[in-house]
Design a protein around this ligand. Structure first.
Ligand code: NAP
Length: 454
């Protein structure tokens, strides 16, 4: 029956409820959950509260299951979730799960290995897989999708980008008729939380500690603040939205660690704020892709994304801009995406395979930029900076300097007219060598209203 349902069909227009309740003995799908942490627990709670018929969680895979089973069931005693999985088989053996008669494996462990081997094992046996694993899908999604197609199985990963924001099904199905050329977004809720709090006056270290205490950031926050989490999501979006296969490691990332309170003070004066932006744009055989903190005019849709919200704007050649926004993480929002994928598998809906082209990545972009300098004051600094810029064909636009700072450590900013970022870097290299510079200049791309999809 499963094979029949997942055969390469376009889209089965069957109402969800009807599909879920129809012929229970025929359509009941057995589910194995791999991992019962934050999202896994959210999925069990949602399945129980939504009372979705037609799916049964029959297996749970985790480590230290004896201990976890007792603790989990005790914590959820008297709750609907308890009833949903009290009779499930809990196991520490992945082989037992793969050899079982489960139809769908929901992988909520994370990481490229060993989760990738489990997903491969499931698909090779014709079992469908739903996962929230962005790293696995970024690095191995294409290979896994091919394997799924070969075995007439589904591989859905709607929670891997945007958590509860349906940007993947939106790009694949809702906008499948358009030709998307650009995607920009705030894809990492932790960075957005940190930068929104800094916009309101908090200090980076202080707000990072708060994000860690709230469970938004890991003890090692590098994946979030240095851009690797957003990079994995951008690579997935390039594949599903821009139909472009790009190399994860080739996408340039810049950390938000160097952003300071003074930058918010200056950008506020410019009518802007600062956000970690992930952008990818098709340009012939290239995809221009970057993940970096950028200066965002407050008039742009993306600047309205506060706290842990994720916002993604797509630009289509035919339909123009479309904005997706909502909770990018958390047990229940992420579980919504996972359960929605489960429904899609049970309904037998499948996306039409659209051609995906391998493209090279370039981080080169022509844009105006914000530069922040910290100097020991002395005559001739501005002319030295302007000279280095001019020698590289770059025009200074504005210079702003607030009063009240010591001349021994004086911050000021400049903005430059649109120029190639790689040329600007050359100029900044020579500016860094000026003996008045106390640290390398901070350089941020400024988004403009003329940029499509922001
Ligand atoms: N949390 C979110 O808001 C969110 C949002 C979007 C996507 N995601 C993705 O969802 C997935 C799950 O995230 P999560 O936040 O739920 O993680 P989590 O809370 O750490 O849960 C992971 C679960 O997997 C188990 N596990 C880890 N390694 C294992 C191994 N080698 N063998 C067996 N079990 C193992 C963990 O058990 P232990 O308790 O023993 O470690 C835990 O039960 C990840 O791919 C993540 O990127 C999460």
């Amino acid at each position: 029956m499963l094979k029949k349902m997942v055969r390469k069909v376009t889209k089965v227009a069957k109402p969800v409820e009807a599909a879920m309740v129809a012929d229970a003995h025929d359509s009941m799908k057995k589910i194995a959950l791999l991992g019962l942490g934050t999202v896994g627990t959210g999925v069990v709670e949602l399945l129980a509260l939504r009372k979705l018929h037609g799916v049964a969680v029959t297996h749970i895979y985790n480590r230290n299951v004896e201990q976890k089973r007792a603790a989990w069931l005790a914590k959820h005693a008297q709750k609907p979730a308890h009833k949903l999985i009290e009779n499930a088989a809990w196991t520490e053996s992945i082989d037992e799960i793969l050899a079982s008669d489960v139809d769908i494996i929901v992988e909520l462990v994370g990481g490229v290995t060993p989760a990738g081997d489990w997903v491969r094992g499931a698909l090779a046996r014709g079992k469908s897989v739903v996962t929230a694993n962005k790293q696995l899908i970024a690095y191995a999604g294409t290979e896994l999708l091919k394997l799924a197609a070969k075995r007439n199985a589904h591989l859905l990963y709607g929670a891997a980008v945007g958590g509860g924001v349906p940007v993947i099904p939106g790009a694949l199905q809702g906008l499948g008729g358009d030709s998307l050329t650009q995607v920009s977004g705030i894809l990492n809720g932790t960075c957005n939380f940190i930068l929104s709090k800094m916009e309101a006056g908090a200090d980076f270290a202080e707000v990072l500690a708060e994000a860690q205490a709230l469970g938004y950031a890991e003890a090692d926050p590098s994946a979030d603040v240095d851009g690797y989490d957003a990079r994995a999501k951008l690579v997935i979006l390039a594949r599903v939205a821009l139909r472009s296969e790009i190399d994860v490691e080739a996408v340039e990332t810049e950390s938000i660690r160097r952003i300071a309170a003074i930058d918010f003070s200056y950008t506020r004066e410019m009518g802007c704020t600062i956000r970690q932006i992930s952008r990818a744009q098709v340009d012939g055989r290239f995809v221009r892709a970057r993940v970096a903190p950028m200066v965002v005019p407050k008039s742009l849709a993306i600047a309205g994304s506060h706290g842990t919200l994720n916002t993604v704007v797509t630009h289509g050649a035919f339909g123009g801009d479309v904005v997706f926004s909502g909770h990018g993480a958390g047990a229940h929002p992420t579980a919504v995406a996972v359960v929605s994928d489960l429904l899609a598998v049970v309904q037998g809906s499948a996306q039409v395979a659209q051609p995906v082209r391998k493209r090279e990545v370039t981080g080169e972009v022509t844009a105006p930029h914000y530069l922040r300098f910290i100097v020991r004051d002395k005559p001739g600094i501005v002319s030295g900076i302007a000279g280095a810029l001019a020698r590289n064909g770059i025009n200074l636009d504005t210079i702003l300097q607030h009063t009240g700072f010591s001349k021994d450590r004086l911050p000021f900013i400049a903005t430059v007219e649109p120029c190639l970022n790689t040329t600007l870097r050359k100029a900044l290299k020579s500016i860094s060598r000026m003996d008045c510079m106390l640290e390398p200049p901070l350089c941020l791309q400024i988004l403009t209203a003329e940029d499509k999809s922001v």
